[in-house]
Ligand binder design. Structure first.
Ligand SMILES: NC(=O)c1ccc[n+]([C@@H]2O[C@H](COP(=O)([O-])OP(=O)(O)OC[C@H]3O[C@@H](n4cnc5c(N)ncnc54)[C@H](O)[C@@H]3O)[C@@H](O)[C@H]2O)c1
Ligand SMILES: O=C(O)C(=O)C[C@]1(C(=O)O)C=C[C@@H](O)C=C1
Length: 419
């Protein structure tokens, strides 16, 4: 995100497992919107009995709500450092007064507080959506329906097997969500999209973007909002916290779409915005190609009579990754992966280019053109950038520690993990 906005990264991974919570994007304070938050951090402090309670007291006495608070020992000085996020803008006299009191009366060290900024909060108070209606009653529809209901929305499910017909449902809801297999998405949009009235929204939950959004924009009226969300997690996942969600907005994505996006954000999803073609191209790499490779790998194992025991005992730290991907693909709904492999658009080019490159590398390998292969790997490493390689290698080492035991012997049971 920072690089995309033209910022220069000075140093990465300044501490192990650090996570950027704030980026200072400019020297000017954001203007008050009426629904803001202010974040500040103290310099390392001498701790004393009741310090935290006294700090919080300055805010609660003034009716200011604390949104987040962390107290940790500064790594270098081992002194207490407190981070606070409170509701309100620093230009509110009450907030300024509270912070001044904390610095002067409670901590009693001039300059002890460093203001990080005041910024608009994501406004989850005003809800424009009352109800969602799904077309498709499969696993992913149920997964989202459940969580939307917990959020207080009314949710209707309709499909081929329900007594509530999609055409009846559409008139009763504010947002229509199409969540059917990818190959049936365009046909479903064409069938039901024209029935959606202006002022409502059509949200597509699908793994293909360009063809589906084109159809949605074509068959719905100009007053219908349209957006696509591709959640990169399956229905066996417990929460969307830290899972990637690709959001493809269109010129017709308005406040109803924003409210759905805010729901993903509130539940901790990592949101990325793509254009339709960028989504399809990148999912070629992120999803379609690994799926195709996984299926082809399983076929190759069978063709050579290689058993599961053989794989476990002979896989290396490096070959573990494609084997894990193969196992995921072959342990879930086969239709999901058959659909993924069949998506159209830019993702197809990725697989075709890969096959061309595979053939080229395979010839070089068969002819033992070792120095040429070394140059190729060097060239690829330059393209991938040392920063990327170092960061991923660090992750791979962490994974090695957990999963490496599999390499040491067949039949090692792995701990149950939340996917
Ligand atoms: N399953 C996943 O891991 C996952 C993850 C992210 C996104 N998605 C997306 O969610 C969508 C649905 O996936 P799912 O896992 O819920 O699938 P699913 O197979 O569990 O359910 C699909 C639903 O669509 C209905 N359906 C099937 N063919 C249809 C047709 N021709 N016309 C109308 N309805 C039809 C089925 O009856 C079923 O109710 C897909 O577009 C997929 O890309 C799935
Ligand atoms: O459950 C998983 O392993 C997933 O990542 C789910 C998965 C995938 O395998 O690609 C399945 C379909 C979606 O389009 C996105 C993600």
């Amino acid at each position: 995100m920072l690089v995309a906005r033209g910022l220069h990264i000075l140093e990465r991974e300044v501490a192990p497992h650090n996570r950027t919570r704030y980026a200072v994007l400019g020297p000017e304070l954001a203007v008050p919107t009426g629904y803001d938050a202010t974040a500040f951090i103290t310099r390392p402090l001498e701790d004393r009995l009741g310090m935290l309670v006294d700090i919080l007291g300055e805010f609660s006495r003034r009716g200011i709500n604390i949104l987040d608070m962390r107290a940790e020992n500064d790594v270098k000085t081992q002194k207490l450092q407190i981070y606070i996020e409170a509701e309100g803008h620093i230009q509110d006299p009450v907030m300024a007064d509270a912070i001044a009191h904390v610095e002067n009366r409670v901590i009693q060290v001039p300059g002890a507080i460093r203001l990080l900024g005041s910024f608009p909060r994501l406004d989850m108070r005003v809800k424009y959506i009352r109800s969602f209606g799904f077309i498709g009653t499969g696993d992913m529809s149920k997964w989202f329906a459940d969580r939307l209901q917990h959020e207080g929305y009314e949710v209707l499910l309709s499909g081929r097997s329900t007594t509530l017909r999609p055409e009846e449902m559409i008139d009763q809801v504010d947002v229509v969500v199409v969540c059917v297999p990818i190959s049936a998405t365009v046909e479903t949009i064409r069938r039901y999209g024209p029935r959606i009235q202006d002022g409502k929204a059509l949200i597509l939950l699908a793994g293909e973007s360009e063809t589906t959004l084109d159809a949605a924009l074509e068959v719905t009226g100009p007053g219908v909002e349209v957006m696509l969300v591709h959640n990169l997690w399956g229905p066996q996942t417990a929460t969307m916290k830290d899972k990637n969600a690709i959001v493809v907005r269109t010129p017709r994505s308005g406040r109803l779409c924003t409210e759905f996006e805010a729901f993903l954000y509130k539940h901790g999803a990592d949101i990325f915005h793509d254009s339709p073609s960028k989504h399809d191209l990148l999912m070629g790499v992120g999803q379609k190609l690994p799926t195709v490779i996984s299926v082809a790998l399983a076929m190759t194992l069978e063709a050579n009579g290689i058993t599961s025991e053989d794989i476990a005992s002979h896989c290396t730290l490096t070959s573990l990754y494609p084997i894990l991907a193969m196992a995921r693909v072959h342990s879930q709904n086969p239709r999901t992966y058959a659909e993924i492999m069949s998506t159209s658009g830019a993702s197809r080019k990725i697989v075709h280019d890969f096959l061309d490159n595979l053939a080229r590398v395979s010839v070089m390998a068969d002819q033992a053109r070792i120095s040429e292969l070394c140059r190729l790997i060097d060239h690829n490493s330059d393209y991938l950038t040392p920063e990327f390689l170092q960061a991923r290698m660090a992750q791979a080492k962490a994974v090695d520690q957990v999963l490496g035991r599999m390499v040491q012997g067949a039949g090692v049971r792995l701990p149950e993990a939340d996917s």
